[in-house]
Design a binder for this molecule. Structure first.
Ligand code: ADP
Ligand code: MG
Length: 703
């Protein structure tokens, strides 16, 4: 059971921290209870009963408790499972809010947390009479069992190495590691329980700091290493400027200008660029990336453009071609679905340096692809891959090319093949459309420099977002017909939850049939989902782009990047089932031209959180606000799980709650790596970081 939670060794257990503390050093006598307060009491069950257990209700479980000084009623909803546990005679510790029930003339606790106490248990002192830690149960392993386990295990805490450099620890007045762990697992009488419950005690601060510190040290090391590597010092000649001017179809916004300046300055450096280009959907990142591409190309280098999906790759291909072909550059597309012959042909073009821009999915990196002279890799929408994949991706260094082939000349001396055999690392520009709160950015993208486009192109009208119940769908179709009569186009989207692309596909197919045959028999409707062959996907997309399709019914394969300015209506079906960020991305597919655009969220039954999400979307178009709300509504657990968000598995630290500690840890980590003090055992630190990263994130390769 412990293993199922990743608790494999003693150290894991030591870092399995209580989520709450309860002050049982002064539990209240029942007669002293006051309505409205939260209290912990110890009492014995006198009577217990399950009532109202019928077809639809899971029943109430009521218990009458007494401690010799008074009585208390406790009630749990859906309490059937308690019947076998809470039998008369059982002693309980209860924690909850006290209310006074006027009808029954008694003090009650509704839905209290409780723990069964054992009589005459020697270890009972562990669970009462002091501030006790409360652990989240794992399967049948209750908080009580954890308390016992940790009570024993914490004895061994002195065996742990405290790797945090001593001078940092002293300067910040942090407790030692052993003492911090001892405190969190068995707080003493003097410890401030309020601070503990807010995760702000010195001990918790130290542990949270540690976690961020080692993460940021690893990122800083990566960053320093990358900074020191040989890169390409691109030149910004007059010709580069002219080509950029020739390419630009419009005047860049001042945000775009500022950002391209940052990128150009970075590209001039003799070290590789590792930069994140952040901006809300539709803020115009691609054209900025295209300008960076021109800098590389005019210096005689090739550019790779990597997209997360084939559709997006195809779209970038079209866009880059339209921008670049009349400058005399060749742009090719290489995806997993190209045929073997095509691939061979394309690879030859690339290897010989005939193609200046190569667009592809990330598979481009895995395939045996050789660039003649790769100078810049543009990676789009990287956030979908998560930090670990991104780090491995860069670590593999595929864009840097494989090591030069070594051969021997006649005298037997080593020669490298190719004129620039020892290749410099290319510059890397990562584009993301998910505006993420700063603290999260520091963690996911802690090894990158960040440029932000915080302004939309001029003439955009804010998208109007409306919420409609499924029962009123006819009105939506009427509205849609009007927009199409004006010459506009629309998307109808079925978002995909996790791995259920198939369901979304079925829903999309049904809707496609319904719209084609019943609602809009005279219009041209297209269908797009992930299971279609690549050519069909591309064809549908291209027809939509050319305006030959009025309504495109789709799954979330269109979530990122697709750019059709004439599309003004985004209808999202089953909107209650999907995350804020996802819907915001989808909504970003409209509002890209000068026409007023609309996003219509169609829902069925909703719970409170879904209702709150829909409310947020209707009220705000601001990606940053939406990202914050997303974190808040989903809660740290889900938002920060490695799987969903790509944030490294943080066990104690919570990016949302602990932003200030993160900033502190980050600056300490950067200072340490930038200028290690003479006496610091840097090798020891690096070794620790490597072990820590290996354990925590599953791979090393950082220093
Ligand atoms: P992002 O990738 O950031 O979501 P895009 O680069 O796809 O945004 O740009 C969105 C749309 O805005 C595109 O149609 C693009 O041509 C247009 N656009 C970008 N920058 C400008 C600008 N400065 N002025 C006018 N239109 C712009
Ligand atoms: Mg884009």
């Amino acid at each position: 059971m412990l293993a199922s939670r990743g608790l494999l060794i003693i150290q894991d257990l030591l870092y399995y921290l209580p989520f709450r503390y309860e002050d049982r050093s002064n539990t209240k006598e029942l007669r002293a209870l006051v309505p409205g307060e939260k209290a912990t009491v110890l009492a014995r069950i006198e009577q217990a009963s399950l009532s109202n257990f019928q077809r639809r209700s899971l029943g109430f479980f009521d218990a009458t408790l007494s401690d010799g000084t008074g009585t208390l009623l406790a009630r749990w909803f859906n309490g059937k499972h308690l019947v076998d546990w809470l039998i008369p005679g059982t002693r309980l510790a209860l924690f909850g809010k006290i209310e006074y029930d006027r009808r029954r003339l008694a003090m009650v606790m509704v839905q209290p947390e409780f723990e069964i106490m054992q009589d005459d248990d020697e270890e009972e002192q562990l669970h009462t009479g002091r501030v006790v830690p409360v652990y989240e149960a794992v399967g049948k392993i209750s908080t009580r069992v954890f308390r016992q386990l940790l009570h024993r295990v914490v004895e061994q805490v002195d065996l742990l190495d405290d790797a945090l450099p001593e001078d940092i620890r002293r300067r910040l007045a942090l407790p030692g590691l052993a003492s911090a762990l001892r405190t969190v697992h068995s707080p003493q009488a003097g410890d401030d329980i309020r601070l503990l419950n807010e995760f702000r005690s010195p001990a918790q601060f130290r542990l949270i700091f540690d976690e961020f510190f080692w993460l940021e040290c690893g990122l800083a090391l990566k960053r320093t290493k990358a900074r020191k590597a040989d890169g390409i010092p691109f030149e910004l000649s007059e010709r580069v400027r002219e080509q950029i001017k020739r390419m630009l179809p419009f005047k860049p916004t001042s945000a775009q200008k500022r950002v391209i300046q940052q990128i150009a300055d970075d590209m001039k450096q003799p070290h590789p660029m590792n930069r994140l280009l952040q901006g809300d959907v539709g803020s115009g990142k691609t054209i900025v990336a295209a300008q960076a591409a021109i800098i590389a190309i005019e210096n005689g280098y090739q550019v790779a453009v990597l997209a997360p999906t084939e559709i997006l790759a195809a779209q970038h291909h079209v866009y880059f071609r339209s921008l670049m072909e009349n400058l005399g550059y060749t742009v090719i597309l290489l995806t997993g679905s190209s045929t073997a012959r095509e691939k061979l042909q394309l690879k030859k073009l690339m290897a010989a340096g005939y193609a200046q821009v190569v667009v592809g999915t990330h598979a481009l990196l895995q395939q045996d692809v050789d660039f003649h002279k790769l100078g810049l890799a543009i990676v789009d929408e990287q956030h979908r891959f998560g930090v670990l994949q991104r780090l491995t991706l860069f670590e593999k260094g595929a864009p840097a090319g494989r090591p030069p082939k070594l051969s021997r000349d006649r005298e037997g001396a080593a020669v490298f093949n190719g004129a620039d055999a020892v290749r410099a690392k290319p510059d890397v520009l990562v584009m993301t459309a998910t505006p993420i709160p700063r603290t999260l950015a520091l963690t996911i993208y802690g090894d990158l420099d960040v440029s932000t486009i915080d302004e939309l192109p001029p003439g955009r009208q804010p998208i109007k977002t409306k919420h409609v119940n499924e029962t009123a769908i006819e009105k939506v179709w009427t509205f849609l017909a009007m927009q199409i009569a004006k010459g506009r186009q629309a998307y109808v989207v079925y978002p995909v939850i996790e791995e259920s692309e198939t369901n979304a596909m079925k829903a999309a197919e049904q809707m496609y049939d319904h719209l084609t045959h019943e609602v809009f028999p005279k219009l041209s409707i297209g269908l797009l989902h992930g299971k279609l062959p690549a050519e069909e996907k591309e064809a549908a997309m291209r027809r939509f782009q050319r305006g030959e399709i009025n309504i495109l019914v789709s799954t979330t394969v269109i979530e990122v990047g697709v750019d059709v300015p004439n599309a003004t209506v985004m209808i999202i079906e089953q909107a209650e089932r999907f995350g804020l960020a996802q819907i915001h991305q989808l909504r970003g597919r409209v509002g890209r031209g000068s026409h007023q655009s609309y996003c219509i969220l169609v829902t069925r039954k909703m719970n409170d959180i879904a209702r709150e999400r829909i409310r947020t979307l209707v009220a705000s178009n601001d990606g940053f606000h939406i990202a914050e709300m997303d974190m808040r509504l989903r809660g740290p657990g889900e938002f920060f799980g490695t799987r969903q968000s790509g944030v490294p598995g943080l066990r104690i630290a919570n990016i949302f709650r602990d932003g200030d500690i993160l900033e502190l840890a980050r600056s300490e980590a950067q200072a340490l790596i930038a200028a290690p003090p003479e006496h610091a055992d840097l090798h020891g630190v690096v070794r620790y970081i490597q072990e820590h990263w290996q354990r925590q994130y599953g791979f090393v390769e950082i220093g």
